[in-house]
Write a protein of this length. Structure first.
Length: 569
């Protein structure tokens, strides 16, 4: 079985308070472990939630078990920890003898060993070369040390953007939590090989875009070179990348330093706006859903999050047995009920991007022994398929102008239900939206600049079914005027500092320009003179990275048009 807690977990209750110590000898040993291995794990007693929250803002808490807080320290955080004069225990290192590197690429593809970094790169390229119609290899970015952070898109027309629901699996943002790395590689292999053999797989690939990033922190996993020897949780700069995302409560505090891997991942996810996603870890066995940040605040769709998390864990139980994934509520927890973290990816996606992400802890061991990788697959692959299928359920809709049938970028929310950014938006280019929601009868309200609010009532949502609707919105003629069918051309898009705009002839002249962010806030509103054949130049350097809507209206003719652009930093 996969459940092999460190021996220390079992014997910890036998320790007396005197076993915790804060002395020169202990501090010296701690510094030496970190100098030699790049990290160290310590335990301190759990006192109260507020103290743990403060601690989480300064060091990387990895778990709370048996009234004890388990912390991993890097060279970046060790001295702060020592200065606090905590009484602590050092968790003795256990050499990762179970990490067996594949002798060659063929052995790596058996999924019973760990690939070298070069083999990993070759495997990812081999997928796209072998299945060019079904998958497309992309690079999210590079690590601090220049290693590639790769992602593969799987879809029936992988080279084309089809407007299908986009989903995202990502693993090993903590470099020493390795089981999910191989699990994701094997999932890619399974989906591609079974596209024409398994109707369930075909349905997924035909109706969505599945993005998989097997290794989010290559510097942490391959910190010793080309093979996995002593992987570390942290990136090359000593940062915990899953504590490095913009925090909902204080996204850019004075001491916030976004790491390169985080910057690249944030940019990637802002561009794709995934409908549903999951981030794979190890250390315990549990499915963790939002919020991680707030103990007293519940997501508007808390019961939906619980149900999809429950389904993942229960399906894993069906293919493993009662000893696997049974931590906390039999394998499920709301993040803050376990312990609070700051700067986590799960809350960033759910808060800022209106996505739906959970964190799935796959194994009690940080590093899954190679011999147990087949078990990890057997226990989880049915759950992995089932979780992706959630993107095909809920309410799928199209928002358009009732006169021209042009797409309308609208905010979509459920009055009296949505809160804390749980609403969604329709796509500017297509007008499509997806609102994942638990079964029941719901009423959706649509708001868009220049349109009358529209509410569609009594929409039936059934378990594991898709409900389709079309929403026609009526323009406020005396406010926005007549819409115009030709779209504006925005370039470059994405942009960093300046965007050029080519307007249709019918709109040129004295033009009102408005920029609105994804929360529906008006950021700028001004009038400028434009001329036929002369592109309009707009300064966007003052805007934070993100997606924006821009509207143009000729103040004399009333003709208007709009577009969407992305700002990168």
């Amino acid at each position: 079985m996969l459940r092999h807690l460190l021996i220390l977990f079992f014997i910890f209750p036998l320790f007396s308070p005197q076993c915790f110590s804060q002395n020169i000898e202990n501090n010296s040993k701690l510094r030496e472990i970190i100098r030699q291995y790049g990290q160290a794990e310590v335990i301190i007693p759990y006192s109260d939630r507020i103290s743990a929250d403060i601690l989480s803002q300064n060091v990387s808490i990895v778990s709370v078990i048996n009234n004890s807080i388990y912390i991993k320290l890097s060279p970046l955080t060790a001295e702060w920890f020592i200065q606090q004069k905590f009484n602590y225990l050092i968790v003795e290192r256990i050499e990762n003898k179970g990490v067996i590197s594949a002798q060659n690429l063929i052995k790596a593809l058996d999924w019973e060993t760990y690939p070298t970094y070069s083999q990993y790169d070759s495997i990812m390229h081999s997928f796209s070369n072998t299945y060019p119609d079904l998958c497309h290899l992309d690079t999210i970015g590079t690590s601090v040390n220049g290693k590639l952070v790769l992602a593969i898109k799987i879809s029936d027309n992988a080279a084309i953007e089809e407007g299908e629901p986009e989903t995202f699996y990502s693993s090993t943002i903590h470099g020493d939590e390795t089981g999910g790395f191989v699990l994701m590689l094997r999932l890619i292999d399974y989906l591609l090989k079974n596209y024409n053999l398994n109707s369930r797989v075909k349905n997924l690939v035909d109706n969505m875009e599945i993005w998989i990033n097997p290794l989010a922190n290559p510097d942490g996993t391959y910190n010793s070179g080309n093979t996995i020897i002593s992987p570390t949780r942290f990136n090359a700069n000593g940062y915990d990348l899953n504590r490095n995302f913009p925090d909902p409560a204080k996204p850019y505090s004075d001491n916030y330093v976004m790491q390169k891997e985080t910057h690249d991942m944030v940019k990637f996810m802002r561009e794709h706006k995934f409908v549903i996603s999951a981030n794979f870890h190890s250390g315990v066995e549990v499915v963790n859903y939002p919020w991680d940040k707030w103990f007293s605040k519940f997501h508007a769709d808390d019961s939906w999050f619980y149900s999809i998390s429950r389904a993942y864990a229960d399906t894993a139980h069906a293919y493993s047995g009662p000893a696997y994934m049974n931590y906390l509520d039999n394998g499920v927890t709301r993040g803050a009920d376990w312990y609070i973290i700051n700067g986590g990816r799960q809350d960033f996606i759910t808060w800022e991007l209106q996505g739906r992400e959970v964190t799935i802890e796959l194994d009690d061991q940080y590093v899954t022994p190679a011999a147990q990788l087949p078990l990890l697959w057997m226990y989880n692959w049915h759950s992995l398929i089932g979780y992706l299928e959630n993107a095909l359920y809920g309410i799928h809709g199209l928002v358009r102008n009732e006169s021209t049938e042009e797409p309308v970028p609208a905010k979509v929310y459920i009055a009296g239900h949505d809160k804390d950014n749980s609403h969604v938006y329709s796509d500017t280019l297509s007008g499509s939206f997806i609102r994942l929601i638990e079964p029941g009868q719901w009423s959706l309200t649509f708001t868009a600049n220049g349109y009358f609010d529209t509410t569609i009532s009594n929409i039936d949502v059934f378990p594991e079914q898709r409900t389709d609707i079309i929403v026609d919105m009526r323009a406020v003629t005396n406010h926005i005027g007549k819409t115009f069918s030709k779209a504006v051309l925005l370039y470059p898009n994405p942009a960093e500092n300046v965007i050029g705009v080519e307007l249709p002839d019918e709109i040129t002249g004295n033009v009102n320009v408005r920029i609105i962010n994804q929360l529906g806030m008006l950021l700028t509103d001004y009038t400028t003179e434009t001329f036929h054949g002369n592109p309009l130049t707009i300064d966007v350097s003052w805007l934070p990275a993100g997606t924006y809507f821009i509207f143009f209206k000729n103040i004399f003719t009333g003709f208007s048009s709009h577009g969407r652009f992305v700002v990168i930093k």
